[in-house]
Design a protein around this ligand. Sequence first.
Ligand code: LLP
Length: 420
Amino acid sequence: MDHFTYQDGILHAEHVPLPEIAASVGTPFYCYSAATLTRHYQVFAEAFREIPTLICFAVKANGNLAVLRTLARLGAGADTVSEGEIRKALAAGVPPQKIVFSGVGKTRGEMRFALKSGIGQFNVESPEELEILSEEAVAHGGKARVTIRVNPDVDAGSHDKISTGRKTDKFGVAWESVLPSSARARVLPGIRIVGVTCHIGSQLTKLEPFRAAFARIVHLVKELRAGGHTIEVLDLGGGLGIPYDSAKEIPPLPADYARMVLDQVQHLGCKLMLEPGRLIAGNAGILVARVVLTKRTPHRTFVIVDAGMNDLMRPSLYDAWHEILPVKEANGDASPVDVVGPVCETADVFGKQRLLPAMQPGDLLAFRSCGAYGASMASTYNARLLVPEVMAHGDAFHIIRARQSYEAMLASDSIPSWLE
Ligand code: LLP
């Protein structure tokens, strides 16, 4: 459930009409709903109330400080993958001990920053990384709290490019190498192994792959304990999918996911950690664009909007499907059109053969389910400005990131002296 609904024929974010935001900030823009973010977090957290659980929002899904602050206020921690994301989480008010640092390629500089910041946990993805982290932790004067990220060799059954748990993927320590790696970690002076973690992919719409991966994790926890390790943390990653097209895919509800998790792991007595991104933010945000013109050829009708693949990469990168709605509700005839952006790439398509009413220049369209991996993946390709982000809250809205300016865009390049 979200808070983007038609009221008197106009699409609203909570109680704010989207044309009012468009008039204020121009188009395109991202718009989030504070109430939806809050609700998604609370429904997920509630599902795990039976055991101590820390929910670390995956910052990569949406790193806007206002989004992170909204979730931090509710008690969320942060799953981060770079110094930038750690800085964002800290700036948003996430307590350092609730910050997890994941990723296959943490640099020494990033490790040092994380150690200095006092973050709660490093999710380590290779034996090589263990050695480097140990050196840095010793230099820092302590031990890093570490979970080993296990690659359980389970296919998430999601899009190939967002599946991470197969043995040929770059993520995690191969499950059969976890015991030797942990044994080595015990003698490393800068490492304290506290648990295990896994994340097999994103936008999973079935429970089965999770179940298979977690079964392997449970088995490993028992083996690690038998080997003398104190395993107190189980970080089960993110990945639960959301309905982009509710006619086609209905992912498990958080309650069903939680039941499956608890049934499998509760007996271990570990503190549970989860790293949802999309589930919290995906349907809490939309992208609003304006129609530039409708182009008719003998073969196709193209509705060309002022947002491009640089603003929302998911359709071009993963063939992702996002619902496209006219902001002004239309009940008349609809015909199939291709909704495309202005970027000079054939891949700059938001939707093919979508049924939409006749669109005039200036009309507004909303792309749903863009709160996760929308703004956070945007680029300035084709020298297009990063678009603003707005958060609606009841009948008010706030610009939580202003549109980039052309001055800032030009000022970021510099011409060498020999060209002056
Ligand atoms: N934890 C780790 C270690 C991750 O790598 C990810 C996502 C998450 C948590 C959060 O996963 P979620 O709950 O959001 O599924 N750009 C792609 C998604 C890439 C996800 C990468 N890792 C997309 O737009 O579909």
